[in-house]
Design a protein around this ligand. Structure first.
Ligand code: NAD
Length: 459
């Protein structure tokens, strides 16, 4: 999608067709202090409710997401491009079990009692204050939700600044919650980096951000002046290591789906593939076979599995990396051809190496990049040769051996013979420059709170 901010309006275009989908008013930077003041005025009323009351109010929005899932799924796909089933599923994921999800978060924030021989202490997890939630476009309703929900349950008031690429679905998200929330508890600021920057510099207390490493660094630098709490979920360059005894078909299927899903625009996409040389030929055939089976097109149409890139800028970024890799000796074994519009075919590159941008910088496109290795030590060295550390995956037949390789990978979330996501209750966490703080899990939810202890003598 392309968006342009002109005369206080942000226009949102369909990345598959170029059609205008809709417009929202841009928030003037001069208005941001008043938005923050409104959030601060609403803070006491919201945080003084019991957690139970907050969960009940938030939970009341759940059915509305489900009732409107088809309409909003369409809007999401038209705005951002992903296949309709995925867009609708994303909307539903905000509604299903919303109240239970809120209660799970609230349970992580309940006071805890500690005592030793002389002292009794209660540990509280209180609202932190006014939270700025700044989100990306690749999961344009799920990403705002992952920041807004824990912040609200903890008793914070929230100002969401969604991506300028997907303002309409974010506005719909806020409108649904505002049918049930008190005034001022959740507000939205529309715009691009200028509005994001102004919000970070404003009188907010906590900044919860999901987006690129570059923007994360800017936010951290800016927040340092006020020593504001910052939680950053950043980009990745996830490796997949396929060991010599792996189930080649399963590994290739995983590689293809995880490289091409959402046209590769996923923070935990497989961005680098290291395959043992003894199985490389079989892996290549299996990977290409899956790539061939994925229809590319407008996500609104039946059967499409790979939609457009979100914008022509994103398409050009991906094609530049592919061209650089080819210039430096990579072989295109599938795809790689330029298409009209914002589409990029699923592409398989062979014989890549770490001299190439495509193995060092985030691609965020439907490209599977394969390099072979001879020893597990070599594979671990290559996988860890990056400043990123979000997810990683190992495929191997001997599970103990695969788990041992997994433990040597310097990432926050590592999957063995599966994707990197953990069991329910696990954190969503990046290591190295992929994260600064983290979400989900008891500890993740607590990052949206101020911890306080109150102690008294033990009688
Ligand atoms: P981005 O960093 O360009 O923008 C993210 C948000 O920050 C947008 O709302 C943008 O307007 C705002 N922004 C831009 N400059 C700002 C500034 N100086 N101050 C404050 N806000 C500013 O990222 P994007 O292109 O929207 O999203 C893609 C990136 O997000 C990828 O790097 C991807 O890996 C990452 N991501 C990470 C996760 C995760 O869980 N770790 C999840 C989804 C996406």
């Amino acid at each position: 999608m392309t968006t342009t901010a002109t005369r206080q309006t942000l226009a949102s275009y369909d990345p598959a067709t170029g059609d205008l989908v809709g417009e929202v008013p841009v928030t003037s930077v001069d208005d941001i202090p008043a938005v923050v003041a409104r959030a601060r005025a609403a803070l006491d009323g919201w945080r003084n409710l019991s957690a139970e009351e907050r969960c009940a109010k938030i939970g009341a929005a759940g059915p509305r997401f489900l009732e409107r899932a088809d309409e909003l799924g369409r809007l999401l796909t038209r705005e951002m491009g992903k296949p309709l089933a995925e867009g609708t599923g994303e909307v539903k994921s905000c509604g299903y079990g919303l109240e239970e999800e809120a209660r799970e978060i609230a349970a992580a924030l309940e006071p805890e009692s500690l005592e030793d021989t002389r002292t009794r202490t209660t540990v509280y997890h209180d609202a932190f204050g006014v939270c700025a939630a700044i989100s990306p476009w690749n999961f344009p309703i799920a990403m705002p939700h992952s920041l807004v929900l824990p912040a609200l349950v903890a008793g914070n008031t929230v100002i969401l600044k969604p991506s300028e690429e997907t303002p309409l679905i974010a506005q719909a998200y806020v409108d649904i919650l505002n049918e049930v929330l008190p005034d001022g508890v959740l507000q939205i600021v529309h715009g691009a980096d200028t509005q994001g920057k102004a919000l970070v510099e404003s009188d907010v207390d906590l900044i919860a951000f999901t987006g690129s490493r570059e923007t994360g660094k800017k936010i951290l630098a800016s927040a340092s002046a006020g020593l504001k709490r910052v939680v950053l979920e950043l980009g990745g360059k996830d490796p997949l290591v396929v060991l010599s005894d792996a189930d080649v078909d399963a590994a290739a299927r995983f590689a293809a789906i995880n490289s091409f899903r959402n046209a590769g625009q996923v923070c935990v996409s497989t961005e680098r593939i290291y395959v043992h040389s003894s199985i490389a030929d079989r892996f290549r055939s299996a990977l290409v076979a899956v790539a061939e089976s994925l229809p590319v097109g407008n996500g609104i149409e039946d059967g499409v599995r790979v939609g457009p890139m979100v914008s022509s800028r994103q398409k050009q970024h991906v094609l530049r990396q592919v061209e650089d890799a080819v210039r430096r000796g990579a072989q295109v074994v599938y795809g790689g051809t330029a298409r009209e519009g914002n589409f990029v075919d699923p592409t398989v590159l062979w014989n890549v190496d770490h001299e190439m941008d495509i193995m060092r910088e985030e691609t965020f496109g439907p490209v599977a990049c394969v390099q072979t290795f001879e020893t597990n030590d070599e594979a671990v060295g290559l996988a860890n040769d990056t400043p990123f550390g979000l997810g990683a995956t190992v495929f191997g037949g001997d599970e103990e051996n695969a788990l041992a390789v997994a433990r040597r990978l310097d990432a926050g979330m590592i999957g063995v013979n599966k994707g990197c996501g953990g069991a329910s209750g696990s954190p969503w966490v990046g290591a190295k420059q992929s994260g600064y703080g983290y979400h989900s899990s008891k500890e993740g939810h607590r990052q949206f709170t101020q911890v306080r202890i109150v102690s008294s003598p033990k009688k």
